[in-house]
Design a protein around this ligand. Structure first.
Ligand SMILES: [Zn+2]
Length: 247
């Protein structure tokens, strides 16, 4: 049976969003999912252990959004995650771009050829993209002094193109292009690690393995909680309905 959600009153979040609260991050404002919507998530070609690991790490974002994340057994979720056992890397559509992906294709890939901590970090990072986040190291105010040539060489050695290095690392966003926080957060799960080889100077930045406090606050600012009595009531009834509905 299709899941039906009660119609919510238009919420005043856009005016009440806590924009003054300190938060850090970069997001695509036109690619956010509708507020308070249900996102169904399919885990394709995974062992039960891989499914559990993916769900556990996606759920680290859940308390910091107003979305309802529902893991389903059918392959036609809004977000469709494939396992790549031969890679340590991952990729994902950004936010609602996933709707433009044909239903027969995944919207996200997780590389499982990595340490457990590395896989956990990949899942959290890629799901950040799925919720609409971009790379924190491309924040308008980033302070990195990149060694572009070394980064291009690194991409070339992996048989990747220089435009991919441009898109994923080198170019920064301008403020009109994105919703960016006032501050740049090099502890963000959306920030790559930058060893000395990728930099002309300055301290290397280690890879991050968990959501930073600013990741949580920034996500809350994008998908703010409805703190009214009606909002809380709807929230708990929708959660109860989702957990009891068949997959
Ligand atoms: Zn990424």
């Amino acid at each position: 049976m299709p899941l039906t959600i009660p119609t919510r009153p238009v919420s005043p979040h856009s005016v009440n969003a806590p924009h003054s609260r300190a938060k850090r991050g970069v997001a695509m404002p036109d690619k956010l999912w509708p507020q308070h919507s249900v996102l169904t998530i399919s885990r394709l070609n995974m062992t039960q252990e891989q499914k559990d690991l993916v769900q556990h790490n996606i759920n680290k974002w859940a308390p910091h959004t107003n979305l309802y994340l529902k893991f389903i057994d059918s392959p036609n979720g809004d977000i469709r995650i494939t396992a790549d056992n031969n890679s340590h890397a991952g990729w994902s559509s950004v936010g609602t771009d996933a709707k433009n992906v044909p239903l027969s294709k995944p919207t996200m890939s997780i590389g499982f050829k990595d340490s457990p901590d590395g896989i956990a970090a990949t899942v959290q990072h890629e799901f950040g993209h799925a919720l609409g986040l971009k790379h924190e190291h491309q924040h308008p105010d980033r302070t990195l002094d990149l060694n572009r040539q070394n980064i291009y060489d690194e991409y070339e050695s992996r048989r990747q193109f220089s435009y991919e290095a441009d898109n994923n690392i080198i170019r920064t966003f301008s403020r009109p292009q994105v919703t960016a926080s006032a501050n740049y957060d090099d502890k963000s799960i959306m920030h790559y690690g930058f060893p000395a080889s990728r930099l002309n100077g300055g301290p290397p930045i280690p890879r991050n393995f968990k959501l930073s406090e600013d990741d949580k606050k920034f996500m809350q600012s994008l998908y703010p909680e409805d703190k009214t009595l009606l909002g809380k009531l709807l929230n708990s009834s929708i959660r109860a309905m989702i957990s009891s509905s068949p997959t």
